[in-house]
Design a binder for this molecule. Structure first.
Ligand SMILES: Cc1ncc(COP(=O)(O)O)c(C=O)c1O
Length: 392
């Protein structure tokens, strides 16, 4: 996703990293992949997901369209996450949820305020809805983590064209949760302009280094905001490691959320984007979620510990990762992140994401996926250390 997104941002010209990668793959060169966040490539999909879907497919002979999606599925969501079934809209993915909300909230040329550094797909999704993005910034402090630059949030919201604030909780690739007083301040900044907040919480259950170690994930952003409408976005691609199943959802909550419902219904009714089998399967699928999250958290934490062991000295620094599926690695200043990623690919056949993919401040770290199997991750990490040490 990220490589193709950055291709689009550069006007369709393959960036040198994407071109080098395609070239190596075309020549049959095996790459050591440290960027892959597709959970189905790392043995993380529970086989029971497919069995439940197969059984649900046999019950899907009749089609009974509902713009918000099958009521039984929405009851199951309300049972797990709270609220009322009518607060939920099923979508084909979280990305589709973004698209519908951008269509709902903006007229052509208007903007949504988005986090920088951040998830690179938001900007093209906005563009596809004829919207723009107004960046706001967060900064890294070691070892505390990431802090909002609230002045940049207020400046982005003060632009007359801005129609909503997007928060990714925890951020991708920063892993930073937005909680407590910060969440309340963001809510107030939105409420002061009568704007809603979009909370992308696909990574919320995947707590890594949050202190003190929580029993469960940090609370929903919407519960800490309280002063404005919040649209929470989530889906099965992370919760169940099942991106191919294609199910996401929007939950509307907070003051004034009811007024958006008929308009969102109209968009949802135009697309009717969700397949019946997955909707019918959802109540049973959600019963697998706690197991899936525990399994993935164990994988992520184990790989993060490996990374800290391999890169604990020699001018390297693994940034604090409070949650999510990515780790950020600062390396000795041998080359900038873009040249280094290209060098690692061409000389050691190691695939890493340069920080600029996510608009990370310079000197930008490398971004690594924490999903690979422990053996593959340890081998990849050691190879990365050797390759950068050789340059240094
Ligand atoms: C922060 C974030 N939001 C949303 C998504 C997309 O999820 P989906 O597969 O449901 O479209 C991703 C996928 O990587 C993501 O990183």
């Amino acid at each position: 996703v990220h490589v193709s997104v950055r291709l689009a941002r550069l006007g369709g010209e393959p960036n040198p990293l994407a071109a080098a990668r395609s070239d190596l793959l075309a020549r049959g060169v095996a790459l050591t992949e440290l960027t892959d966040t597709n959970p189905t490539n790392h043995g993380l999909l529970d086989e029971r997901v497919l069995e439940i879907l197969a059984r649900a497919t046999r019950r899907a002979g009749r089609y009974d369209p509902d713009p918000r999606g099958w009521l039984g599925a929405r009851e199951a969501l309300a049972g797990r996450f709270g609220g009322e079934p009518d607060d939920y809209w099923l979508t084909a993915s979280t990305s589709q949820a973004y698209g519908w909300l951008f269509t709902l909230l903006t007229d052509p040329g208007q903007a949504v305020a988005t986090p920088t550094p951040g998830y690179p797909l938001i900007e093209p999704l906005a563009r596809l809805a004829d919207a723009r993005v107004a960046d706001y910034r967060t900064h890294y402090l070691h070892p505390t983590g990431w802090e909002y630059d609230l002045d940049t949030v207020r400046a982005a919201l003060a632009r007359p064209q801005t129609r909503a604030l997007v928060v990714v909780n925890p951020g991708n690739p920063t892993g930073a949760y937005t909680e407590g007083a910060t969440a309340a301040a963001l809510g107030e900044a939105c409420a002061a302009r009568g704007l809603p907040l979009l909370a992308d919480e696909v990574f919320r259950p995947f707590v890594l280094e949050a202190a003190p170690p929580p029993a469960g994930p940090p609370g929903r952003l919407a519960d800490a905001v309280g002063t404005t409408t919040v649209f929470t976005l989530d889906g099965l691609s992370k919760l169940l490691c099942a991106p191919q199943v294609k199910l996401g959802w929007i939950r509307a909550s907070g003051p004034g959320h009811e007024r958006w419902a008929p308009h969102l219904d109209r968009i949802a009714d135009a697309y009717l984007g969700v397949g019946s089998p997955v909707a019918l399967a959802l109540p049973e699928l959600l019963e697998l979620a706690d197991d899936a999250v525990a399994r993935v958290r164990a994988r992520l934490s184990g790989n993060l510990a490996t990374l800290r062991a391999v890169f604990g000295d020699g001018g390297y620094r693994v940034r604090t990762a409070h949650g999510g599926w990515m780790a950020l690695l600062d390396v000795p200043p041998v080359l900038d992140d873009s040249a280094l990623a290209l060098h690692l690919l061409s000389t050691a056949h190691l695939s890493v994401h340069p920080g600029w993919f996510y608009d990370l401040d310079s000197p930008a770290p490398l971004a690594l996926s924490l999903l690979p199997s422990p053996t593959a991750f340890a081998a990849g990490g050691a190879a990365l250390r050797r390759a950068v040490d050789a340059l240094a």
